[in-house]
Design a protein around this ligand. Structure first.
Ligand code: KIV
Length: 285
């Protein structure tokens, strides 16, 4: 039986019905997709966070559909078992229904099995159109980084009762529009729990407390490769930044001290070639 995770395996996966919490991690290239797959996660999100985590931008607004397709394709080439989610970047689902569906299709043709769209009620029309093109969609509410300029930065959302109710209504609207899961980001834990209780599709939290149907984190945060700042909701499981600095520093020292390459890392010149070069009995320089 295939161990590939599919959309039907995810939708309906609710902790309250006895399911294990779902695990989603971002990945942006083939090696990280291989690692995520071997580690056994359920879903790989090729997130627009690639803009900040990998490409060095200050926000996620700088990446295009072509950028995202490039990274989705790299992940897909690793042929990982987890479900591959292509993140729809800012302005790829805001202009017209036709453009939106075409952009979603570009990510599917690059190798994603579904797409993720940020935003609540305002995005329903576009989500319905993507679904009508047979493309499964994940919603994303709460702190939506593509709205950072409107929100005044990367700020925790749903901080008052009105906003919590608005976010619950948004999640319900996304479910009604055909989303098979919703990411909820940056909300107080009670809001995360209430949103999870309010819908029958899985709620995947990031900074949304423990009582959701799953958790997502950015790959570079999990392995400790992103070491510049640590949001409260991140738990670092590794020291990849320090480990990599140590590896490259050791390589640097070995080259400078003429410890690299050693005999085992060298293609030896055979005697026939040495003789032909008139160097038999001595090592060629
Ligand atoms: O792009 C991303 O990494 C995301 C996650 C934070 C959910 O949208």
């Amino acid at each position: 039986m295939s161990s590939k995770v599919t959309v039907p395996k995810i939708e309906g996966s609710k902790v309250r019905n006895g399911a294990d919490p779902l695990v989603m991690v971002t990945a942006y290239d083939a090696p990280s997709a291989r690692v995520a797959s071997e580690a056994g996660v359920d879903m790989i999100l090729v997130g627009d966070s690639v803009a900040m985590v990998v490409l060095g931008y200050d926000d996620t607004l700088q990446v295009t559909v072509d950028d995202m397709a490039h990274h989705v394709a790299a992940v897909a080439r690793a042929n990982p078992d987890p479900l591959i989610i292509g993140d729809m970047p800012w302005m790829s689902f805001h202009v017209s229904v036709e453009e939106t569906v075409r952009n979603a299709a570009t990510l599917i043709r690059a190798g994603a099995q579904c797409v993720k769209v940020e935003g609540g009620r305002k995005r329903i029309k576009m989500i319905e159109a993507i679904r009508a093109a047979e493309i499964p969609v994940i919603g994303h509410v709460g702190l939506t980084p593509q709205s950072a300029n409107v929100m005044g930065g990367f700020k925790i959302q749903a901080r008052d009762a009105h906003d919590v109710r608005r976010t619950i209504a948004a999640a319900k609207g996304l479910q009604a529009a055909g989303c098979f899961a919703v990411v909820v980001e940056g909300v107080p834990d009670l809001a995360g729990e209430m949103i999870t209780d309010a819908v029958d599709i899985p709620i995947i939290g990031i900074g949304a407390g423990a009582n959701t149907d799953g958790q997502v984190l950015v790959y570079h945060d999990v392995i400790g490769l992103e070491n510049r700042f640590k949001p409260r909701f991140v738990r670092r499981y590794g020291t990849a930044y320090e480990d990599q600095v140590a590896s490259i520093a050791q390589f640097t020292a070995d080259v400078r001290e003429r410890n690299f390459p050693g005999p085992d890392e060298t293609y030896k010149t055979n005697e026939a070639l040495a003789e032909a070069l008139g160097l038999y009995g001595s090592q060629p320089k």
